[in-house]
Ligand binder design. Structure first.
Ligand code: GCU
Length: 584
């Protein structure tokens, strides 16, 4: 069914958490609509009609409907929705009192995969993409007293989607992240970018963007602990570039120092905790605050294994990143999509560096011209949300895309787009096309030349047999870029013990030996700047069908689906312990 013209969401209000918000989290009434009839004219569920006359009747109703918790995927909330791919209609009632001189915005942390938002029976807009925020101004749609918001969420996979039809994680559908009604003054602080200048620890630079009646307005940035009181003026479009001297204590994993930064105009004030650090590459090294660093990482999917559902809260973020800390990590690759904002803000606080990526994963329809615009919009939404998070050092464009002219053209354009949005951070991508020739492994993906850092996914010991002794492997780096081994590992069912020599045993011993072999190889790669094992914890995946060992779960976790440590966990924990005090 034609979804009609997409009224694309825009980035209307930054730092939702720091704003005046009414949370719409909690139980929403829902109608499960497998054939998507609710979009038709003969059963327009978004109209939420009620029978009035004796001959009226409607074959749907939110009254007496089942409920779903928001935030949260629907698959893990009801057994009859575990495999569900289709439409669910959500409804929430809330009270609202309009006030003169105030704007109101409906702000969604994320909904997978397409969301159409109606406010009091009028369409506010739509959004495509399951892992980035979207916002609509609804001042004109709200009324005093009782209001209702209805959201249609559809998680069908799409050939022109990002991700596309097939991927190795569960297709969790629903309003999977927080929903807030935000109010601001009519003339308000819409957005801002406040970070250290590239390679400069004594200048804070960026910009402030006001919304409302554009024009020349005074803007002040106040950082009390740095005795900074910087005042400037916006231009006619409401924008002010900033650049002032400051000497902040630099944010790092060891000292994740955050500063309260307050931005003020005549009509609005917003405050945010921001860290300041520099990140760069120097030859084949990654340099944090001027010093080479080895990234002791782990891949994390946005899933709580014990709940077998999407992570979405501060509590969830604390647990997942706490596990990473226990492993000895200073770095996390958030796979394969931007995680909820609690995760990124928690990493800022806990001192965990981040790689963040959009879900341009394997079989993407690069020959379709819509893909570049869609991918760049997802980059916009990811970078707009997280550009002030010092923890993030790498924006990643893709995962395991197959080399082709259209792919290279698209990724090259995306790299330029990301750098234009954020000149301070590094650009990377994860590839699995490397050339194996006997004991020599060459990083030969031509896209390496447009990246600052190269990520290689290799599964030697699992999908690829060892060509020779692990410590005899010779890695070639013709593009002379820093290398992060962005995925490696193998499967084991927790508590299942057996041969360390046969992969099909799915034994903890086999996985443990695989990791020992990988570490032996890593020690011989001079340009290796980081490692992120695949993956922190077992996760649900529809393609993992082995009835004894997988049962719909990818078992490459260092932790089981209950959070229990497999033997391989200790191999990495030991490796990271050895690396912790050694500069790269
Ligand atoms: C790929 C992919 C992961 C996937 C993993 C696996 O490298 O990037 O998303 O889960 O391999 O096969 O387990």
């Amino acid at each position: 069914m034609a979804l009609g013209l997409f009224v694309q969401a825009q980035w209307l209000v930054a730092n939702v958490a720091g704003r005046n918000t009414l949370s719409l989290n909690g139980s929403w009434a829902v109608i499960v609509d497998p054939f998507n009839v609710g979009e038709s004219n003969w059963k327009p569920i978004w109209k939420d009609q009620h029978a009035t006359g004796v001959h009226d009747f409607y074959e749907y109703a939110f009254d007496n409907a089942i409920g779903l918790q928001v935030p949260g995927d629907w698959n893990s909330q009801r057994n009859d929705l575990l495999y569900y791919e289709g439409t669910v209609w959500y409804k929430k009632i809330f009270q609202y009192q309009p006030a003169h001189g105030q704007l109101s915005f409906l702000c969604f942390g994320g909904a997978n995969y397409i969301a159409d938002v109606y406010c009091n029976g009028i369409k506010a807009g739509s959004h495509e993409g399951g892992f980035t925020p979207f916002q609509f101004e609804v001042t004109h749609l709200l009324k005093a007293g009782t209001n209702e918001v209805i959201v249609r969420v559809n998680n069908w996979r799409r050939v022109d989607g990002i991700p596309a039809l097939n991927y190795d994680w569960w297709n969790y559908g629903g309003i999977t992240r927080d929903v807030d009604l935000v109010t601001t003054p009519t003339n308000y602080i819409q957005d801002y970018f406040i970070q250290l200048k590239k390679n400069d620890t004594s200048h804070i630079a960026g910009w402030i963007q006001l919304a409302g009646n554009n024009g020349l307005h005074k803007v002040t940035i106040h950082i009390p602990e740095l005795k900074v009181q910087y005042t400037t003026q916006t231009n006619a479009t409401g924008r002010a570039d900033i650049d002032f001297t400051a000497y902040p204590a630099l944010w790092s994993p060891e000292h994740p120092r955050l500063y309260q930064v307050q931005i003020t105009t005549a009509t609005d004030t917003v405050t945010e905790a921001i860290g300041f650090r520099t990140i760069a590459v120097k030859g084949t090294e990654i340099v944090l605050n001027g010093k080479p660093i080895f990234l002791r990482g782990i891949n994390i999917h946005e899933q709580i294994p014990q709940r077998a559902g999407r992570a979405y809260s501060t509590t969830d973020a604390t647990m997942l990143l706490g596990w990473a800390k226990q492993l000895g990590c200073n770095f996390v690759r958030l796979t394969h999509y931007p995680h909820n904002e609690h995760m990124v803000r928690m990493a800022d606080k806990m001192g965990i560096l981040l790689w963040e990526e959009i879900p341009l994963w394997q079989g993407i329809q690069f020959s379709n011209p819509v893909i570049l615009a869609k991918a760049n919009r997802l980059l916009d939404e990811m970078i707009e949300r997280d550009k002030n998070r010092s923890a993030i050092i790498l924006w990643s464009l893709s995962n395991e895309t197959t080399p082709s002219e259209s792919r290279d053209t698209t990724l090259t354009a995306m790299a330029a787009h990301a750098r234009a949005l954020d000149p301070t951070r590094l650009i990377t991508s994860a590839f699995n096309h490397v050339a194996y020739k006997n004991n020599t492994i060459t990083i030969d993906d031509s896209l390496s030349k447009v990246l600052d850092v190269v990520g290689v996914n290799e599964y030697i010991g699992w999908y690829t047999p060892w060509p020779g002794p692990p410590d005899a492997m010779v890695w070639k780096n013709p593009f002379h870029k820093p290398l992060i081994m962005s995925e490696f590992g193998g499967e084991a069912l927790y508590g299942h013990h057996g041969s360390k020599d046969t992969a099909s045993s799915w034994s903890e011993e086999y996985q443990e030996q695989l990791y020992k072999d990988q570490v032996a190889m890593f020690k011989k790669i001079p340009f290796l700047c980081g490692t992120t094992p695949w993956v922190l914890a077992d996760f649900r995946s529809p393609g993992r069908l082995q009835p004894l060992y997988q049962q719909g779960w990818n078992r490459k976790g260092l932790l089981s689906d209950k959070g229990y440590r497999k033997k391989a966990w200790y191999v990495i924990q030991k490796f990271y312990g050895e690396k912790e005090n050694i500069a790269h």
